[in-house]
Design a protein around this ligand. Sequence first.
Ligand SMILES: [Zn+2]
Ligand SMILES: [Zn+2]
Length: 464
Amino acid sequence: MALVQSFGAAEVVTGSCHLLQLDSGLNIMVDCGMFQGEVEYKNFQPFGFNPKDVDVLLITHAHLDHVGRIPELVKKGFNGRIITLRSTLDLAEVVLLDSAHLMEDDFHTHFKKAQRRGSEKRVRRPLYNVEDVYKVYSLPLVYAQYAEEVPIDTGVSATFHNAGHILDSAIITIRYHDKGNEKTVVFSGDLGNHNDMVMPIPDHVRHANTLYIESTYGDRKHQGIKESEAKFKTIIQETLSRQGNVIIPSFAIERTQEILCILKQLYDNHELPTCKIFLDSPMAIRATRLYDNYHQELSQCCNDYLKRDGSIFEFPNVHYTVTQDESRRINNEHSCIIIAGSGMCTGGRILHHFKNHIWNANNSVIFVGYQANGTLGRQLVEGAEWITLYHEKIKVGAKIHAISGFSAHADQGELMQWIRGFETLENIFLVHGEKKAQQVFKTLIAEQTTHKVHIVKEEEKIWI
Ligand SMILES: [Zn+2]
Ligand SMILES: [Zn+2]
């Protein structure tokens, strides 16, 4: 029998890291992501396994919660093959370099403060630096293509299917032999939202003995896309008409490109009042360029834009602000739209914009992505009246909105529909979700299907 253990994304949404240990002794890891929000401290704990024992690493997609600990995995001794789609590795480089820089900046800020208190020894050092990120890219890299079986070992292979979540995100099927019988385990990675303007809809997988499926939105349905677009448009029009600014905290990958497409659509339909739009995130700007490079993987709508305009994400009044000076100059702007990271407001330029604008009732903040427990984004979505920024208490005067229809994740209905796409399936294991959402989703699966379903606990030994 084969053994699967999840060392992250077990009863939480972040830190994806699943290890499949085959009878033959081959150890295959699927993702090695960072914990975020209230479980962030886990990044500083040792791995629950020996990285030297991992033979192959498969990556579903380039979000930080799926790739964020890979440099550390390599630092601690992993030197096997990495198999993934080519653009995933390119996007992961952007994500990991950003993560290394953030950790180094954070360390220097805290270290200086701690020095003044004489407690500098207690300051956590960054998990890795820029050189460590580049070391990942010196390992043997195998590029997968969608729907092509990649051999891993005798009788063992991996096939990547389009998950429609972010650029080149994948659902991974692993085929292996167990006492002469062929078995299949499928890891869903993160599954996309069917209404995504930028990504195609997720591929269906027809057969599996075992399915590990994400359950981020297992307990809820997103607002409809039409409703979401209408709400988005109204907030923007109302805010700009009272000379306010619209601030959109956005994940650099996917949310940002989706928001740019939606704004472009409003512009095309003459529904966007004349205003400057700032994409104020160097990382999002780099990611957007990669989306341009790999446009053939994107939706028909993106490719139509490219054909018509010569670009997908650019249109008049959009400004990409790379330098800090350019970013600071936005402080003097009124009636504008600012898209900045990080998506959950745990760092990055969005905090400066909050400091300048969140107290002012003329302004609006629109959340368009998932906000993990313990993040500033979650506090705001849940109605915090005060927030603390740079040790300063600030009143939340701006109007706070959350629009779930633009999520990069499938909602409950789409997850169920995707499960129903299987013709043969035995067991379902729920990962990548908060406990409450998983309980609801588990009950629903048990009621509506005949599959056995189980919520995976961290490091729990699951024999398949
Ligand atoms: Zn993701
Ligand atoms: Zn994820």
